[in-house]
Ligand binder design. Sequence first.
Ligand SMILES: Cc1cc2nc3c(=O)[nH]c(=O)nc-3n(C[C@H](O)[C@H](O)[C@H](O)COP(=O)(O)O)c2cc1C
Length: 186
Amino acid sequence: MDLNEAITGRRAVREYTTESLDELTVTQLIHAAMEAPSAKNVQPWTFTVLRNQKLLDQISEVSKALVLKTITPPLHFDQLQSYLQDPKFHIFYHAPVLILISANADGSEVIEDCALAAQNLMLAAFAAGLGSCWIGLAQNFLNSAEGKKLLGVPEGWVSVAPIIVGHPKSPAAPVPRKKPEILLID
Ligand SMILES: Cc1cc2nc3c(=O)[nH]c(=O)nc-3n(C[C@H](O)[C@H](O)[C@H](O)COP(=O)(O)O)c2cc1C
């Protein structure tokens, strides 16, 4: 796929079929993520692959409760609150796989590094005909001591990018972009 097609065509996908994702595909996505640049080439990332739907259900429930306790108006407050209070709302949208990118090293730029890896992963997923979505709603819990213990992730790591991947039920609608804000300095 042409790079521009991938950049403009990728969407956050929130509806998945029940089809699973084979190991080879997950490995290929991780390799694409690892091609990202990183400051001083530290490559400070670890990829935790979760397929256990019971565990994902559990993380979804705990994350919802945690976010509900911490959100404050005004930004999208009412809409988010009603989603989080809806027992049917699953933060991972029942996707077959969650790939969590964690920063596994100290450093002032490890978050940027992991975010770049995340974008590579999402673009590669799209190019492979798959859907993906970064699930920020999981981050509070995945960064808590309890969340790290549940996944067996060391306390010192930072959970940066929880990304769900799966086969989209249907193509996601395009999301409009703002006009570019460009500051030209002579
Ligand atoms: C850091 C980050 C956190 C996000 N968290 C969530 C989330 O918790 N749930 C969700 O459904 N989408 C989440 N998204 C997806 C955004 O809502 C989505 O990327 C945005 O609306 C633009 O749509 P597009 O990705 O289709 O272009 C997140 C995206 C980013 C970059």
